[in-house]
Design a protein around this ligand. Structure first.
Ligand code: NDP
Length: 316
């Protein structure tokens, strides 16, 4: 262990809006924060195009650009921003121990967890088989490769509609595979999708598998599975996009900190406090409900303020 890491006062895991905002507040409060960015610096916003609903940007701003600005703002006040992901934690005694990239151990007096959430997959073996060969969970990252081609998006929420609309601006045809007979997305998104000439919504369809010699060439679907009029059908597609929700990145904390049934970190009331004193949570990792950049940023602020109070009260 390097001596410089012996006594991190405030360690932040995650580099999305929650982690960076915690870093801005913690560094301005002289907590000398160290932030490990995880495997996806900038977090989920780097996989989106325009952010139009963050207050203060009347014209909107690119997701990656916004995260770069948050990073610069955190660095300006002295946050030590490092590349690396926590692979193990020991929260059973203080100072807490966190292993980075499986090799380096750091200890900290206060820990802010802002590790976010990741896209869910259906769990089909074919998703793994064709990973990087036509299967993606991020239209804005990979849509570019499907210019003039046919793609499918799975899901019926706002994300699925947004991805379908984005892909429709690039691809020749977009199927939206929805397991229910309706879309769960907001009215305005539903209307945009249903009106779009390039998007065909396949209600009450599920995906059984994918096929193709060199990458995805099509999907096996089933209509009204288990019903009397059940019917199987294949569609020809070059890309298969998942947009069925997210899973919190908390595997690392299993058994060490209280999680809810879906794996989200449980925080106390209107605070960032977890059931382990000195450990705080912010952003999507503790928020199955709102999951917005602005709410994440707000919770990052709360986590830094809670950490500051804790460190002061314990003279750490
Ligand atoms: P949601 O949980 O809202 O929707 C997930 C969708 O995936 C649902 O249609 C669900 O079907 C479907 N689904 C889940 N599991 C499976 C499965 N195994 N097989 C097939 N389909 C499945 O997630 P989103 O990511 O869309 O949205 C999350 C939150 O973020 C929401 O609150 C949303 O409003 C918000 N959001 C807002 C945006 C905006 O305002 N611009 C953009 C993106 C997200 P079912 O309906 O049957 O459960």
């Amino acid at each position: 262990m390097g001596t410089e890491d012996k006594s991190i006062r405030c360690l932040i895991l995650g580099a999305g809006p929650a982690g960076y905002t915690a870093a801005i507040y913690a560094s301005r409060a002289n907590l000398a924060p160290v932030l490990y960015s995880g495997l996806q610096p900038g977090g989920q916003l780097t996989t989106t195009t325009e952010v139009e609903n963050f207050p203060g940007y009347p014209e909107g701003i690119g997701g990656t650009e916004m995260m770069e600005q948050l990073k610069q703002q955190a660095a300006r006040f002295g946050t030590d921003i490092r590349f690396g992901a926590a692979t193990k934690v020991d929260l059973s005694k203080r100072p807490f121990t966190v292993t980075i990239d499986g090799e380096k151990e750091v200890t900290c007096n206060a820990l802010i967890i802002a590790t976010g959430a990741s896209a869910k997959y259906l769990g089909l073996p074919d998703e793994e088989k064709y990973a990087g060969q036509g299967v993606s969970a991020c239209a804005t990252c990979d849509g570019f490769f499907y210019r003039g081609k046919k793609v499918a998006v799975v899901g019926g929420g706002d994300t699925a509609c947004e991805e379908a609309l984005y892909l429709a601006s690039i691809a020749e045809k977009v199927y939206l595979i929805v397991r229910k007979p309706f879309l769960r997305a907001s009215k305005v998104m539903q209307e945009r999708v249903e009106k779009h000439p390039k998007i065909e919504v396949l209600f009450e369809h599920n995906t059984l598998g994918l096929f193709g010699e060199n990458g995805v060439e099509g999907a096996h679907l089933v209509y009204r599975k288990g019903e009397r009029d059940e019917a199987k059908k294949d569609i020809a597609i070059d890309g298969f996009f998942l947009a069925i929700g997210h899973k919190p990145n908390t595997d690392l904390f299993q058994g060490q900190i209280e999680l809810d049934k879906a794996g989200y970190i449980v925080t106390k009331g209107n605070t960032s406090l977890t059931n382990v004193e000195g450990v705080f949570a912010a952003g999507d990792v503790a928020d199955p409900r709102y999951r917005q950049a602005v709410t994440s940023a707000g919770s990052g602020c709360k986590a830094a303020m809670d950490a500051e109070k804790y460190l002061m009260e314990h003279e750490l």
